[in-house]
Write a protein that binds this ligand. Structure first.
Ligand code: NA7
Length: 293
């Protein structure tokens, strides 16, 4: 397929690369020039990248970025053709997604929101999971592309529901990690080493995918960004906004949002969200020690 891939960040670049490896004809664009993908053509604007594409796939930071890429100067909307499918794998507002789709309705294009779960490593290995909203036939047509960059996709319903479900997923990731980080901090302060506690966690019902994934990084104190704190913070805020729109109260997430706010004030925004533990450690006056630390 002819694909325009817009946004070559931590997630987008390996995704575009896997699409090339799967034999697709890929044109890439990134806001800041200089990022390339081997085997892909480079365009100088979203409009240029989208010209003649069957699928336009976005993986950019936030709602504003998606709006700019679609509707800004030299945006995708200048190159729409009937039959084109626009796929958005950024995590953005569900209600804004529906508005963007409405603005493009009537131009003969399909709009599919396909945010993903799995971070940098899954993007590199092609094992992402896509949480999808959009017309059933359009989603079906994307199957070979999802297979090239991911291991599974789940259709949640019409456009916007992929984003809604994604926020429900990240809410849990943020809260589960917060629980893990608080437990390690308290245990350390009470004199129990994290390295001693971890096997108990892993043997018990507390074990989770989040803990499996994050524990080795925490134990090595490797907070290089797999999923940057600033992006998890963005998702937490999006979740709270979406909840407010439907008058749902999320007290635990509201508290965790404050922790991300303070971690940002401490300058941790570009580290992995696992670095929120540093704030808990600062308050407790301890440092969680790993097995070999
Ligand atoms: P990164 O690594 O922070 O990359 C973000 C990308 O978005 C990067 O290509 C940016 O271009 C691009 N970006 C940011 N703002 C804009 C605007 N205003 N216009 C166009 N392009 C923009 O994020 P990830 O790859 O980890 O994540 C991408 C999405 O997937 C995000 O929603 C996550 O929550 C999930 P730059 O290189 O800075 O010029």
């Amino acid at each position: 397929m002819r694909i325009a891939f817009l946004g070559l960040g931590i997630m987008g670049r390996p995704m575009a690369s896997n699409l090339v490896k799967a034999g697709h004809e890929v044109t890439v664009w990134n806001r800041t020039a200089g990022k390339e993908v081997e085997g892909a053509r480079v365009a100088t604007s979203p409009a240029e990248a989208a010209r003649g594409a069957e699928v336009v796939w976005m993986a950019v930071s936030d709602t504003k970025a998606v709006e700019t890429v679609l509707f800004g100067a030299q945006g995708v909307q200048e190159s729409l053709t009937a039959g084109m499918t626009i796929v958005d794998s950024s995590t953005i507002s569900p209600s804004a997604t529906r508005k963007f789709a409405d603005r493009l309705r009537g131009r003969g294009v399909q709009y599919v929101d396909a945010p993903m779960t799995g971070s940098k490593v899954a993007a590199e290995n092609g094992t992402l999971i896509f949480i999808v909203g959009g017309d059933e036939a359009a989603v079906e047509g994307l199957k070979p592309l999802f297979a090239a960059v991911g291991k599974q996709f789940f259709r949640m319903g019409e456009t916007g529901k992929g984003q809604a479900a994604k926020l429900a997923m990240n809410l849990q990731i943020a809260l589960i990690y917060e629980g893990f980080a608080e437990a390690l901090t308290l245990a350390t302060k009470l004199g129990v080493d994290a390295a001693t506690l971890l096997p108990v966690i892993q043997a018990s019902m507390v074990r989770s995918g989040v803990v499996d994934y994050k524990a080795p990084f925490v134990m090595k104190r490797d907070f290089s960004p797999n999923f940057p704190l600033r992006l998890m913070h963005k998702d937490i805020r999006l979740t709270l906004e979406a909840a407010k729109e439907v008058r749902v109260k999320l007290p635990a997430l509201e508290t965790v949002e404050e922790i991300y706010e303070m971690a940002t004030e401490d300058g941790h925004q570009d580290l992995d969200y696992a670095a929120t533990i540093a704030l808990l450690e600062k308050w407790a006056g301890v440092e969680v020690k790993g097995a070999s630390a």
